[in-house]
Design a protein. Structure first.
Length: 408
């Protein structure tokens, strides 16, 4: 296939969206597909927003060209860039590339422009819902924007040929808000990077020299992750809290969690070692559409205590691979953690079950499913074009124009 991947977030900023895009690119490279990535640049000035030609020497990722479009930093989180490119720029690029399908990763600003541009060219779009942006509104002190953001989400995804969601929670959530053409596409996990074989007694001794049980969180230190909720565990007897990651809230969190060990940003083998060296993984964020870090903890044979909303509802089997607590019930979180800390047998059984749970969830398996979704989107798009052409020949309208009362 010839694929254009439009990434709302991409390197050098690492997050769940970037990681899944990189895994998809690796898989498409193995298959021998042709891919072009369109992503935000790290500047508003260096890219000509009106340029119509593909660059002569593009940046490469996994051997594929990466075309950058202008972007601006978020005021409170400058490492996150918001693309500012024009729709016509994206349309010119798609006209030159002529892809079979456009993969839109976590669309919001750049992704919405790509969906519109692809629609104008009758190209099929597969939009991957990966970030519950409307839930961030209250966390970032703009609760009045929630309804407006949901309207934008519905408009974007209903303009897409196919929408992929990572969990049953998201599928139900979007369906209730009027989003159509929903399919489930979960995430894979790197079973070599995340493995119990990477557990390090030397690292454990350095973090917890008195033999404390190690409780860990891994992710961005940002408002939507609710890391401050872990304050109820910071002084739990016989434990040491470990925070893996960086972000705009790090300074505040160091004050709120004075007993915690902040491990900073970790990647590669160091990340795998840190996760495998935990006794228990804690996830407090309520806005997770999937929660990849839970799968990575499971692969490392680390059981999980997570908030019972969003992606964790599909991932954690309460009493078997970990425990869930109700949103806002921090006493319930602490009780679940205390149980697993004090009952070594229960924790070790949960660790074994968690490890077994993710065996077979490789990225190759998951990405092969994605190829099937691409093929289905191409088929659906062809049917839509045929239906429009039929209406046109019957004198009902122009090709490519939806008539009142039609759904597309």
């Amino acid at each position: 296939m010839k694929v254009v991947v439009v990434a709302e977030s991409f390197l050098p900023h690492m997050n769940g969206v970037t990681n899944s895009v990189l895994q998809v690119l690796t898989h498409l490279r193995r298959r021998g597909d042709q891919v072009t990535v369109i992503a935000p640049s790290d500047s508003f000035l260096e890219t000509n927003p009106l340029a119509e030609q593909l660059p002569d020497r593009p940046e490469l990722c996994s051997g594929f060209p990466v075309i950058r479009v202008p972007s601006l930093p978020l005021p409170d989180y400058p490492k996150v860039r918001v693309a500012a490119g024009f729709i016509m720029r994206i349309r010119h690029l798609l006209e030159q590339i002529q892809p079979d399908v456009v993969h839109v990763a976590s669309p919001f600003v750049l992704g919405w422009r790509a969906i519109q541009a692809a629609g104008a060219l009758d190209l099929p779009t597969v939009s991957v819902y990966q970030t519950e942006v409307p839930a961030y509104a209250a966390r970032y002190r703009v609760p009045w924007a929630t309804d407006m953001l949901w309207q934008h989400v519905r408009r974007m995804h209903n303009a897409s040929t196919m929408n992929l969601v990572p969990s049953s929670f998201c599928k139900s959530q979007l369906h209730q808000r009027g989003v159509r053409r929903l399919r489930t596409w979960r995430r894979g996990v790197d079973l070599e990077l995340f493995s119990p074989a990477r557990r390090s007694e030397a690292l454990r001794w350095a973090i917890a020299p008195h033999g404390e049980k190690i409780l860990g969180f891994m992710g961005r230190l940002a408002a939507e992750k609710q890391v401050e909720d872990l304050a109820v565990l910071d002084s739990l007897p016989g434990t040491r809290l470990v925070i893996i990651g960086t972000g705009p809230q790090e300074k505040m969190l160091r004050k709120r969690l004075p007993n915690a060990h902040f491990a900073g940003f970790q990647s590669g083998d160091h990340l795998g070692t840190h996760v495998a060296s935990l006794d228990l993984f804690i996830h407090p964020g309520e806005a997770e559409t999937f929660c990849q870090t839970i799968q990575e903890a499971f692969a490392s044979a680390v059981p999980v205590v997570a908030v019972g909303r969003g992606g964790p509802l599909d991932l954690v089997d309460p009493g078997r691979t970990g425990w869930l607590y109700q949103p806002g019930d921090l006493a319930g979180m602490r009780t679940a953690v205390e149980h697993l800390v004090e009952d070594d047998g229960a924790r070790l059984r949960a660790a074994a079950e968690a490890h077994q749970e993710v065996q077979g969830r490789t990225w190759e398996t998951i990405c092969n499913q994605l190829i099937g979704h691409y093929a289905r989107a191409i088929e659906v798009n062809e049917r839509l074009q045929l239906a429009r052409a039929t209406r046109y020949t019957a004198g009902e309208g122009l090709p490519g124009i939806l008539l009142p009362g039609t759904t597309g």
